[in-house]
Design a protein around this ligand. Structure first.
Ligand code: GUN
Length: 294
């Protein structure tokens, strides 16, 4: 038996249509949502991500642009750029692409973005609101996108055991907290596991919903999956591939070909979580514009 495919592209298209309607409403009031990406350095993966997000934002009618700063940028200069964007009324959302060069302290940089423009949900205020269940905060886009995949895929969550593999700040940790919330579309019993978890396969085989978010290529195999489980693959990993003109290919954290033979439903990769992350970023941006123009 082969798993049902949770098609992130088609779910994202549905969300984009809703976002476009909200953009049109704002425009009829003379407000064009504005989103600025900051990319520091020339990391090839970050270049690709940011240009894809910028293009999607433009397609949705959002005014978007990217500020590219050199790898050698010092902290005061970067904070100064963030201050300028915080004060610019035409800018409603600010996204600083991660990873930053090692010389720049993540915590100071992300905490400088105005929480009202923090459409990535990385600011400590927004992270705190997530923890408290305060809906006025911005949720980080990938975890929020995964909840939308479960909702639009009509996956029952209440009382289910979700195992999140990976405890990173961008996905694993916030996602575990969200899945455990007492609310529709969540309400799971959650285990937050990671690469050092003892006897990981016996734990992941207890999962009704299994999330791969640890950033290790093809790490979760058929042996990790209970028959019929829902599997969500967050990973984007480059592995060498001489047959590919680029010299590498992208694979997820889940070994799709083997896992799809046992899972009940699975996200493809690409075409699963990635498009949903972008859809949630644009919806957060429109909400920032709506809130800031009240
Ligand atoms: N790098 C990988 N994922 C993300 C994300 O969701 N936001 C930002 N800013 N950087 C990332």
């Amino acid at each position: 038996m082969s798993a049902r495919i949770l098609d992130g592209e088609s779910f994202a298209s549905r969300l984009h249509r809703e976002t476009s309607v909200r953009v049109d409403k704002l425009k009829s009031r003379g407000i064009t949502p504005g989103l600025v990406f900051i990319r520091v350095g020339e990391d090839p993966a970050s270049r690709a991500y940011v240009s894809r997000k910028e293009k999607r934002a433009q397609e949705a009618g959002i005014n978007s642009r990217t500020l590219v700063l050199p790898e050698s940028t010092l902290l005061p200069a970067l904070l100064g750029e963030i201050d300028t964007l915080n004060a610019d009324p035409k800018v409603h959302g600010i996204l600083i692409q991660s990873p930053l060069p090692a010389s720049l302290p993540n915590d100071l940089v992300y905490a400088r973005v105005s929480p009202a423009k923090d459409v990535d949900g990385f600011h400590p205020v927004n992270f705190g609101k997530l923890l408290l269940g305060d809906p006025t905060g911005f949720l980080p886009c990938t975890p929020a996108g995964i909840l939308e995949i479960l909702r639009l895929g009509e996956i029952p969550t209440s009382g289910k055991h979700a195992v999140v593999v990976g405890r990173g700040q961008i996905v694993g940790r916030p996602l575990a907290l969200l899945l455990a919330r007492k609310a529709p579309g969540t309400d799971c019993t959650v285990t937050l596991a990671h690469s050092r978890t003892a006897d990981l396969p016996s734990l992941t085989r207890q999962a009704d919903i299994l999330i791969g978010a640890l950033g290790r290529p093809l790490f979760l195999k058929k042996e990790h999956v209970k028959p019929g489980a829902i599997v969500v693959d967050v990973g984007v990993n480059r592995i060498p591939d001489q047959a590919n003109p680029r010299g590498y290919r992208l694979v997820g954290d889940v070994d799709f070909e083997s896992v799809k033979t046992v899972a009940g439903a699975i996200t493809p990769n690409p075409g699963g979580v990635g498009p949903m992350t972008i859809a949630l970023l644009l919806s957060n941006t429109v909400r920032a514009a709506e809130d800031l123009s009240r």
